[in-house]
Design a protein around this ligand. Structure first.
Ligand code: C5P
Length: 397
C-alpha cells in the first residue's frame, strides 16, 4: 500500500462480529497517513470497546448524539465537517436499512445523513440476511443514492454458515478506501496487464522459471483499476491473491500467456506487459520425470513467442507499455528495447534491485526522454506509471 496524502476519515462501526476487524482497519489507515475519527453505534460497543478504538485511532470516540464534547454541541454535524470521506465498517443489515430510508435516530446515522462528503459502506452479516430481498433492495437504493458498497465477500461466517456476507478483510478495505481518492483518469477504458514469471516445463517435475514475484504487475493492475479502468490481469505462477474487482486469468507457460493475451487484447485500449516471460522453453518436454545419471545433460531450448512484440505489431495496436529488467547499461538497453518493440513507453529497472522486492526504482522512457521515479513501494510506482500513461495516451489516439 502506498503512502497517501493526509486524508481525514470518519470510521463508523455498527453492531456486528466483524467490528473486531475495524481495529486492524484503523491501524492500517493511520499507517497510511490518514486521520481516523471513530464513531460507534451502541450495538457496536457490545462487540468492541470504545477504549480499544480510542487507543488505536489516537482520539476520542463518539457514540452519543447528545455528546457535549464537540465544540458547538452538534456532534452529528461537526464530526463530518472537514472529513474527506465517511466509511462504515462493519455496516449491519439494520444500518443499511436505516441509511436507505434516511432514518437518523443515533449519532452515526445522523452523521451520514448530514454529511457533505462521500460515504462508503462495508456490509457484514449472515448470508441469509444479505440475500434477503429487503437487504438487496436497500443496497440497490444505496448504490442509486451514490453510496459505494464495498464487498461483502463470501466465505465462512461467525455463525458457522458459509456464504456471502463476510466483511472484506481490513487490508482490502483500507486499499479500497484509499483508492477512492485516486483520480479516475481511465474510467471507461479497458486495460490488459501481464504479471509474474512463466514456467517452462522440462519434465513432469522440473522447469525453467525466474524469481519474478508478480508484485509489480499486480500493483499495476490495481493502480489501473483505481484509476477507473476495467482490468484484465494475465498472470504466470505467483503466490499473490487475486485483487478485488479485476478479472484474472492464471497461466503457466509463455505460450499459454500468449493465448490468454490474444483472447483479451482485441478489446483493450492499453496493454501493460509487466510479466518476466521466460525467453526460452525446452524443445521436447518429457511427460515423465527424467532419471538422473552422472553424464552431462544438455537441453535443447527454443525461443518463446515475444508477446509484447506480437501485440505491438498488430494492425491496430493498443497503447503498449513494456518493462525491462536489466543487470547493467540500463539506459542504453532500455531505449534499444523500446525502439525495437515499437513502444511509446517503457519502464526500466535494475533487475537485482527490483525482482521480488516490495520497492523499486524505475526509469520511464518515452519519446520525450527519460523520467526517473526514485525508489518507492511498487503500488506507488504503479500509480505514477498509470498517471504517466494517462498523460501520453490522448496524443497517441
Ligand atoms: O526483450 P525483453 O524480454 O527484455 O523485453 C521485456 C518486455 O517484453 C517486458 O515488457 C516483457 O513483459 C515483454 N516480453 C514478452 N514476451 C516475451 C519476452 C518479453 O511479452 N517472450
Amino acid at each position: 500500500m502506498s503512502k497517501s496524502a493526509q486524508r481525514r476519515l470518519v470510521l463508523g462501526l455498527t453492531g456486528g462480529i466483524a467490528a473486531y476487524k475495524a481495529a486492524e482497519l484503523t491501524r492500517l489507515l493511520i499507517g497510511q497517513n490518514a486521520t481516523v475519527q471513530v464513531v460507534m453505534t451502541d450495538a457496536a460497543t457490545r462487540f468492541i470497546s470504545a477504549a480499544t478504538m480510542q487507543a488505536l485511532s489516537g482520539g476520542p470516540v463518539y457514540t452519543d448524539l447528545w455528546d457535549g464534547r464537540v465544540d458547538n454541541g452538534m456532534a452529528h454535524i461537526e464530526l463530518s465537517r472537514g472529513a474527506d470521506l465517511i466509511a462504515v465498517a462493519p455496516a449491519s443489515a439494520d444500518f443499511l436499512a436505516k441509511l436507505a430510508h434516511g432514518l437518523c435516530d443515533d449519532l452515526l446515522s445522523t452523521l451520514c445523513l448530514a454529511r457533505d462528503c462521500p460515504l462508503l459502506v462495508a456490509p457484514a452479516m449472515n448470508r441469509q440476511m444479505w440475500e434477503h430481498p429487503a437487504t438487496q433492495r436497500n443496497v440497490a437504493q444505496l448504490r442509486a443514492d451514490g453510496i459505494a458498497v464495498l464487498g461483502p465477500d463470501s466465505g465462512s461466517q461467525a455463525c458457522g454458515e458459509s456464504g456471502m456476507g463476510r466483511m472484506l478483510e481490513p487490508e482490502s478495505l483500507a486499499d479500497e478506501i484509499l483508492a477512492w481518492f485516486e483520480p479516475k483518469v481511465f474510467a471507461g477504458y479497458r486495460v490488459l496487464v501481464t504479471a509474474g514469471p512463466t514456467f517452462e516445463r522440462i519434465d513432469a517435475v522440473r522447469g525453467i522459471t525466474n524469481p519474478s514475484s508478480g508484485k509489480m504487475g499486480f500493483a499495476v493492475a490495481r493502480a489501473a483499476k483505481e484509476a477507473g479502468a476495467e482490468v484484465t490481469l494475465v498472470s504466470g505462477p505467483t503466490t499473490l491473491a487475486a485483487p478485488t474487482g479485476i478479472t484474472i486469468k492464471r497461466v503457466t507457460s509463455a505460450q499459454e500467456m500468449l493465448g490468454a493475451v490474444e483472447a483479451a487484447v482485441g478489446t483493450c485500449d492499453i496493454f501493460i506487459s509487466v510479466a518476466a516471460v521466460a525467453d526460452y522453453t525446452p524443445l521436447n518436454p518429457q511427460e515423465q520425470k527424467m532419471k538422473k545419471d552422472a553424464r552431462i545433460l544438455s537441453l535443447e531450448l527454443a525461443p518463446t513467442p515475444d508477446i509484447l512484440a506480437n501485440v505491438a505489431s498488430r494492425a491496430n495496436p493498443p497503447f503498449c507499455v513494456g518493462f525491462a529488467a536489466e543487470s547493467e547499461r540500463l539506459d542504453e538497453y532500455a531505449e534499444a528495447k523500446r525502439k525495437r518493440k515499437h513502444l511509446p513507453l517503457l519502464a526500466a529497472n535494475i533487475a537485482q534491485q527490483s525482482i521480488g522486492a516490495d520497492e523499486s526504482e524505475l526509469i520511464l522512457f518515452d519519446d520525450q526522454g527519460r523520467h526517473p521515479l526514485p525508489r518507492a513501494p511498487k503500488l506507488e510506482q504503479a500509480r505514477k506509471l498509470i498517471a504517466h500513461i494517462a498523460r501520453l495516451y490522448p496524443a497517441s489516439h
